[in-house]
Design a protein around this ligand. Structure first.
Ligand code: PLP
Length: 383
């Protein structure tokens, strides 16, 4: 029997139909409505933050956060080079410049040792602003990503942000439910951003959210996401705003998905453990695992191997109906970012050359995990 095991598909088995029908029956389908408020409250409470503002997607959540934090033309923002392109694109949407950092070999999140070295040796201070020695531009913010659900080295990031007066906007788009020393990712920076894209842990089809403890920032973000409308009746707008609000229909789906998040995370962990146990005997591979004192939501399950096998193993698995993907190309290797500064990025190229992500939908069966693992084992035994 031929198989088709997808990388990551949504699981829609709770109150999604019921809540969306309520929107349709009531006529509250657009960006105002009870489900938007409920969804925002649920995510804020879950993440342990005071405020949440729902957005059209994770990209707009990141963009509006940077704008609301004052990032503008001529500023620089530190981002990891190993991430989805949206993390860097939002910097460019502000006409600011990304500065690319390497990833840690174990977590694949931003390498905080190299970041510390860069800030110490390649920047200078004036009036409590950190400037890049090479470009003379101010470094205003950083956007660390909790990659594939694995929390970054948050303590070091907070320490560096404080020492160099740099704002942290967390790209927690992949890490809803992940914890760093008992606190949720997304809750450490000035703002944290989540994504509810179809491939994420929970989905609204497309959607996003900013969480923060800063009331004035939350108000500003809400204002900017609603076209900066300053009067509810007259067409008054006091800034260049955006149409970035999530619809009530999408939020209805979000509420139903949030009701199931603990179950989803428990299943993800079990699946990751099963992969790890089944692949334990294959000495060529390692399943990316969480560090001490953190909890990953195991959004993606990442397999590391010697670089000369990555492409061949991918081809082998795809030929067996198993959808796998490499990790991203380091962003500064892409034509659009080739002129940007990148600091000692060897680990990111190594990760790109040696890692793949395995099928990891919440509803993947034990049988399918065994099938994937058997094919990986078979590939290495057949060498
Ligand atoms: C690391 C990262 N940043 C940003 C985004 C953007 O989120 P969205 O697709 O919801 O715009 C994604 C996901 O797609 C992502 O994986």
């Amino acid at each position: 029997m031929s198989r088709n095991i997808p990388l990551s598909v949504p699981v829609i088995k709770g109150n999604e139909w019921k809540y969306i029908k309520e929107c349709l029956d009531s006529g509250w389908v657009s960006s105002v409505g009870g489900f938007v408020n409920r969804f925002e409250d649920m995510v804020a409470g879950y993440a342990g933050c005071k405020y949440a503002v729902a957005t059209t997607n994770g990209t707009s959540a990141l963009h509006v956060s940077l704008v609301a934090c004052g990032i503008k033309s001529g500023d620089e923002v530190i981002v990891p080079t190993l991430t989805f392109i949206a993390t860097a694109n939002v910097v460019r949407y502000c006409n600011a410049e990304p500065v690319f950092m390497d990833c840690d070999k174990d977590t694949l999140c931003i390498d905080t040792d190299k970041l510390r070295e860069f800030l110490k040796n390649s920047t200078y201070r004036e009036n409590n602003i950190t400037y890049n020695s090479e470009t003379k531009r101010p470094i205003r913010a950083m956007v660390p990503v909790h990659l594939f659900g694995h929390p970054s080295d948050v303590d070091s990031l907070l320490e560096l942000a404080d020492a160099y007066n740099i704002i942290i906007i967390e790209d927690a788009t992949e890490s809803l439910g992940s914890e760093y020393m008992g606190r949720q990712t997304g809750s450490f920076g000035k703002a944290g951003c989540f994504s509810f894209n179809g491939n994420k842990l929970i989905t609204t089809g497309g959607g996003g959210m900013v969480v923060t403890d800063d009331e004035s920032l939350a108000i500003r973000i809400r204002h900017l996401t609603t076209q900066a409308r300053s009067d509810a009746v007259e067409y008054d707008h006091d800034a260049i705003g955006y149409n970035y609000r999530l619809t009530n229909i999408q939020a209805a789906m979000g509420v139903a998905q949030m009701e199931q998040i603990d179950e989803f995370i428990a299943v993800k962990r079990k699946n990751a453990e099963l992969y790890r146990d089944l692949l334990d005997s294959v000495k060529e591979v390692d399943v990316l695992w969480e560090k001490d004192r953190v909890k990953s939501n195991f959004w993606y399950i990442t397999l590391k191997m010697p670089p000369d096998h990555r492409k061949k193993l991918m081809e082998h698995l795809m030929s067996k109906g198993i959808q796998v993907r490499p990790v991203w190309k380091p962003l500064h290797a892409l034509p659009v970012y080739k002129n940007c500064q990148a600091y000692k990025t060897t680990n990111a190229f190594e990760a790109h050359a040696s890692c793949i992500n395995l099928p990891c939908s919440v509803n993947i069966s034990v049988e399918d995990i065994r099938y994937v693992s058997d094919n990986i084992t078979g590939y290495f035994r057949g060498l």
